[in-house]
Design a protein around this ligand. Structure first.
Ligand code: 6R9
Length: 636
């Protein structure tokens, strides 16, 4: 029996039990059998959640791109590694074989070297969903440079903050990008960001939309001529298992985003293992994850996990609604997709459209459907099951985080019986715990609490870039000797987990994590604004939308409220990006505060969700009267 590929519930049970009783042995067997190491580890694991310090496969040597590319060459050299589907359905798809990928990554890696990039340097990648994005990521990994991919929907200010936080030397971008019927001036955004980034010495530009752009002498270069000159052989840098692989920013509850740091060996083993099991990938399958590589889902389940298994992974440049809302299904039919992995927000948006747009296409290739990013509501789950899976494809509702590196709680298809809205059972090696408010573990079933993990797993983040104390404070301080996820969860009568949502100041809008603080900071920078508070409220497509309570400095001065609302949203768009814009803005005369001066978001959340029957205890408020006033003026 192999630990690596679980095929029955009985096997899951045995493998899980072993993974908890002997975690080191369990992961050692997985790591030994399925990967290419230049040198084996001296020790499988050492850990201390109080420091916190976590090391997997200590002193082992490897290069992750050898595992994702080179070792497949003798058996899968002509197999498609990346199947790229462009924004415009009339533009041909690109089939990049493992051999092509090998040459393209090597060339790109040599270009990075020729520009002075070395092991340990940070490289910011700000690219649309084109093959060069995957190639650039892998090229960094090939030479040991640390990639920091920034989602190409972020504004120039957000990009600059991220570039400076990890002192990136180089930015890789494109002239522009296509999104549905629009084209976006990415290079212009980079130019604006770089006005505040003195550490960036060079910018490599991929040509995608052939637009007129500004090229700064001595800093900016088109990448294609450099690639044409470069050798297609590049010896991989031999990395330590604990050498950094990448930084990926995620929202926090304070203004600054957190650069989650992932390392090489453990991340590789964990993403590969979970990919294989959660999608039950078989050799000739075509797998498609619709996420953007700018998010962790794209890192782990478009690039590293699939490629480490020699899979064919689809990369889609466009949006689900272009040229019409049948696009996803058209692509499934066209490429005979077997595993399809998307987000509840996309499912809800498509479920609103004419069901004929789904029925029109032959979806019989599908075997497994996945969901990620936020809780999937019952209605969306059934729509996905009925209309996309035709009730024959198990839905894997995968719960995990940027911080966890890979999937933590999920059904294994054809193995774990699914249950709508439940992420079901932990992956092997994952030991969840539910904690109550007093810091005690809640044992048994039919209970709820704050979701923690009791034991390390190979894919977990190792630190916050440049701020290890913040890593400790955020994840290891709420509960002793446990990793705290920030999510609430319940465990049903058979031990299945259902994630109920964030218990901190993070709001998930259309599957994107948004911290309240940075958005409030952006609002407060408007000269008319004194103070603000934002909360999430239920939205039938986005899951949550943002509701802002804004207190003005001088109420009389700004008569045109709608204009002010526009200005505030523009401010947010400029500072963070359009995804963080508010759906509703209510002007208030005061915000409910505790005596220690903390805004009582709990109350504001209830008001915005029109759930005011039971506001809970307001007696600890400094100013209970403002609550009445806010309720009277609430926007419908
Ligand atoms: C992979 C990813 C993490 C947060 C997480 C939780 C929410 C993700 C979920 C889910 C319920 C699921 N989340 N998957 N909630 N069910 N299947 O999304 O990473 O962007 O860091 O977000 O997303 O709240 O804590 P990230």
């Amino acid at each position: 029996m192999s630990n690596y590929h679980i095929k029955s519930f009985d096997e899951y049970y045995h493998v899980y039990r072993k993974s908890v009783r002997e975690p080191e042995n369990f992961w050692e067997e997985v790591a030994e059998e399925h990967f290419l190491w230049r040198k084996k580890w001296d020790k499988v694991l050492s850990w201390d959640f109080n420091k916190p310090e976590i090391k997997w496969f200590e002193n082992a040597k490897l290069n992750i791109t050898e595992n994702c590319i080179d070792r497949h060459l003798h058996i899968r050299s002509d197999k498609t590694a990346i199947l790229w589907e462009p924004n415009d359905p009339n533009e041909p798809a690109e089939h990049i074989t493992y051999k092509d990928l090998y040459h393209r990554v090597n060339k790109f890696a040599n270009v990075l070297k020729s520009q002075g990039i070395q092991k340990g340097d940070r490289v910011c990648i700000y690219l649309p969903m084109i093959p060069e994005l995957a190639v650039a990521v892998l090229a960094c990994a090939r030479i040991g440079a640390i990639h920091s991919v920034v989602f190409a929907g972020f504004s120039s200010t957000a990009l600059a903050t991220r570039i400076n936080d990890s002192t990136c030397k180089m930015v890789i971008t494109s002239d522009g990008s296509y999104r549905g019927s629009k084209s976006i001036d990415l290079k212009g955004i980079v130019d604006a960001a770089l006005e505040d980034c003195p550490g960036v010495a060079s910018v490599l530009v991929v040509k995608r939309i052939d637009s007129e752009i500004n090229m700064k002498e001595g800093r900016d270069q088109w990448v294609q001529p450099l690639l044409d000159e470069a050798s297609d052989i590049c010896t991989p840098e031999i990395m330590d298992a604990e050498d950094p692989l990448f930084i990926l920013y995620t929202s926090g509850s304070t203004g600054r985003p957190k650069g989650m740091l992932h390392t090489t060996g453990g991340y590789m083993v964990y993403t590969a293992y979970t990919f294989k099991n959660v999608f039950q990938y078989r050799e000739d399958d075509v797998y498609w994850c619709t996420a953007d590589v700018g998010w962790i889902t794209g890192h782990s389940y478009i690039i590293y996990g699939p490629l480490a298994n020699g899979a064919t992974t689809v990369m889609f440049e466009g949006v689900p609604s272009y040229p019409d809302s049948g696009r996803f299904w058209e692509i499934v039919q066209k490429h005979k997709v077997n595993q399809f992995y998307t987000a509840p927000t996309a499912i809800r948006a498509l479920a609103k459209e004419d069901v004929g747009l789904v029925e029109k296409y032959d979806l019989s290739s599908l075997k497994v459907l996945g969901s990620v990013g936020e809780p999937i509501n019952e209605e969306a789950w059934h729509w996905y099951d009925n209309h996309v899976g035709k009730k024959k494809c198990p839905i894997v509702d995968t719960w995990w985080q940027t911080e966890t590196g890979g999937i933590m709680v999920s059904p294994i298809p054809f193995v774990t019986p699914t249950k709508p809205t439940y992420a079901t059972l932990p992956m092997p090696g994952i030991q969840p715990a539910l904690m109550d408010e007093n810091g005690e573990e809640v044992k048994g079933n039919q209970v709820d609490g704050r979701l923690c993990i009791k034991f390390p797993w190979p894919g977990m983040a190792r630190s916050v870039w440049g701020d290890h104390q913040r890593f400790k404070d955020t994840y290891f301080s709420a509960f002793e000797n446990k990793y705290f996820t920030g999510d609430g969860a319940l465990r049903d009568e058979v031990g299945y987990y259902r994630i109920t949502g964030r218990v901190d100041d993070v709001i998930i809008v259309s599957g994107h994590n948004l911290g309240t603080a940075p958005i409030e900071d952006a609002i407060n920078e408007h000269p008319a604004v004194a103070e603000s508070a934002i909360v999430g409220f239920p939205h039938d497509v986005k899951g949550n939308a943002l509701y802002g309570y804004v207190m003005l400095k001088d109420i009389g001065e700004y008569r045109d409220r709608d204009n002010l609302r526009k200005e505030i949203n523009q401010q947010i768009s400029d500072k963070i990006g359009p995804i963080a814009k508010l759906d509703k803005i209510q002007f208030v005369s005061g915000l409910p505060k505790t005596r220690s001066g903390k805004i009582m978001r709990r109350i504001l959340r209830k008001i915005a969700s029109k759930d005011t029957a039971n506001l809970g205890d307001t007696s600890t408020l400094l100013n209970p009267d403002v609550v009445e006033k806010i309720m009277e003026d609430v926007l419908v």
